[in-house]
Write a protein that binds this ligand. Structure first.
Ligand code: SF4
Length: 559
């Protein structure tokens, strides 16, 4: 029998306390405050806004490069420069092309990578600060709670959502209640906002169930990042460099970054599109090699790794946007495909989409109508905002690189001249996992003994990096990585693709082992840094990432 669950009712329930979710909560609380001061009815209260966050504290799962275009934040908190934890304004920028031993600085930094007027920030710190502002407004922020299941609203004439069930706490790895068992809550709301970031588990389910897909399937990149403390004088504070080329071949879409932060700290990383052909390609190894390039090595040598993390990035843009309104629900931020992949920026659009959602919800609550028709005002507001203008100009950008770097640069040049249209508009794309080429081997596991180990100083193996991500999960809980057809792993996948999960996972969660029955998959779920790559990049789409018990996962302090 399902356990008896406590029911809570809110006006608005926001799933995910990232920039989009917190901007939505803060702007809505501000609107309610103004409304109360103007003594209009009906009675609305910030206390009736709930925000759920699966991390152990606000910001702990937030990771980005990050260079922030302050446009969104300036609209949300006009005097943000007085109190926001901005690391440094960008003081100089450059783009480089790398070969294995050399680098060429492009004579002009391409306009999308020009960052004058932007800030280098730690998204973790920025989101913590935003969380503080939201709490001060009286909004209820619940950390260590994940939305585990959606509650659907199938009342007469409606086809939407009505809230979520949070996960049961205190369940052992066999699914049995432990002494500390607490059933999840049934949280109901007039409007539920999905702000889960890229590849949200509830968003994925909702888009599938209500058939909300955009024109193109969503495509993603994996971003892998390290923070380093380096010797003084190695890089100027506020200097940002973006790189193309080595160690990525020209058929891979991606590149690296190196940003100089305050106090001799450096943010560096690499983003690679999850649509490569070689199923044994290892993004973590590629990033480690990137650090051995003379340009990067010179900055890092003698320094110390401080933090590590990984996260996916939604590249699809406007044409991958799902329908983001339904009865009782909205989708915002990265979950709604609002990142500008050409500029590699999504914090400003996430914040703005949260604000537009807040305005839509405010009007809906005041009119007592939270139907799909009323909430479709969110789409109209997006269409009329600078988000649309910005994303429309790059609507075909990522698709242009399907044939490789050089043709992509040529096509994107034509798009630039034609306001985003290019030679074909819309350009279609396929989900990235369809790009793998089959290996067609026998049923023998690929030898892992020669995998990259790192030197322990400049380069590291994945387990050392996971240690630096601060990841922690209770090991005695059901596995949150659900393999829907495990037989495929030990047979078909061995033969066809050589088990790519062992390569694309940046946290060494997946390992193929052999027992008396032959090859089988071993999952070390406690290592998981919640990047969602496996849910996206598995060639058979049989890995379903669901949130583990709230509070588990990485601790991206300063990331
Ligand atoms: Fe990322 Fe999946 Fe590995 Fe977790 S198990 S770190 S979500 S690829």
């Amino acid at each position: 029998m399902p356990p008896e669950r406590e029911q809570l009712e809110a006006d608005v329930l926001i799933i995910g306390a990232g920039p989009a979710g917190l901007a939505c909560a803060l702007h809505l609380a501000n609107l309610i405050e103004q409304h109360t001061q103007a003594s209009k009815s009906p009675a609305l209260s910030a206390e009736n806004i709930y925000v759920l966050e699966k991390a152990r504290e606000i910001g702990a799962h937030q990771l980005s490069g990050a260079i922030m275009d302050a446009r969104g934040l300036r609209e949300l908190v006009p005097d943000f420069e007085k109190t926001a934890p901005l690391d440094t304004p960008v003081t100089g920028d450059a783009a480089y092309y790398f070969t294995e031993n050399d680098s060429w600085k492009l004579p002009i930094t391409p306009p999308p990578l020009q960052n004058h007027g932007n800030y280098v920030v730690s998204l973790n710190k920025l989101v913590k600060w935003l969380g503080g502002l939201v709490e001060k407004k009286g909004v209820n922020l619940f950390t260590q709670f994940a939305g585990r299941n959606l509650l659907y609203d199938k009342a007469a004439g409606r086809n939407g959502i009505a809230g979520v069930l949070t996960e049961d706490k205190g369940v052992d790895k066999n699914g049995k209640p432990k002494d500390n068992f607490t059933p999840g809550y049934e949280l109901r709301a007039k409007v539920t906002v999905l702000a889960e970031g890229p590849r949200g588990s509830l968003t994925k389910e909702l888009v599938n169930n209500l058939k909300l897909d955009g024109l193109n399937p969503q495509v993603y990149g994996i971003g892998i990042k390290e923070l380093w403390d380096v010797q003084p004088g190695r890089i100027d504070t506020g200097y940002v460099a973006h790189t193309l080329g080595w160690p990525l071949s020209s058929d891979l879409y991606g590149g690296g970054w190196v940003y100089g932060l305050r106090d001799n700290r450096v943010s560096l990383g690499m983003v690679v599109a999850l649509e490569y052909h070689d199923p044994l390609f290892d993004p973590h190894e590629a990033f480690q090699k990137f650090k051995t390039h003379p340009f990067v090595k010179k900055i890092l040598e003698g320094g110390k790794l401080v933090r590590y993390g990984a996260k996916t990035v939604p590249y699809g843009g406007w044409y991958s946007m799902p329908r983001s309104y339904m009865d009782g629900g909205l989708i915002i931020g990265d979950s709604a495909s609002l990142l500008n992949s050409q500029r590699l920026k999504g914090i400003h659009t996430a914040i703005k989409s949260g604000m537009l959602a807040a305005e839509t919800i405010y009007e809906a609550l005041c009119s007592g109508d939270t139907s799909e028709k009323a909430l479709s005002a969110y789409k109209t507001k997006l269409e009329n905002s600078w988000i649309k203008k910005e994303l429309w100009e790059v609507r075909n950008f990522h698709q242009a690189f399907h044939g490789g770097l050089w043709t992509g640069l040529a096509k994107s040049g034509i798009q630039f001249i034609t306001g985003g249209r290019g030679l074909v508009d819309p350009m279609h794309s396929e989900a990235g996992y369809k790009e793998y080429e089959k290996l067609n081997r026998d049923r023998t596991l690929v030898d892992q003994s020669t995998r990259f180990r790192g030197d322990g100083k400049l380069t590291f193996d994945r387990l050392t990096d996971v240690y630096h991500s601060g990841t922690r999960h209770d090991e005695d809980q059901p596995c949150h990585l659900i393999v829907l057809e495990p037989n495929i792993c030990g047979d078909r996948c061995v033969r066809e693709y050589g088990n790519p999960c062992q390569y694309f996972c940046p946290a060494a969660v997946y390992e193929m082992v052999t027992d008396k029955d032959g090859p089988k998959l071993k999952i070390s779920a406690a290592n998981c840094v919640h990047c969602k790559t496996c849910d996206i990049a598995d060639p058979y789409q049989i890995i379903n990432w669901v949130p583990p018990e709230g509070g588990g996962g990485p601790n991206y302090e300063g990331m």
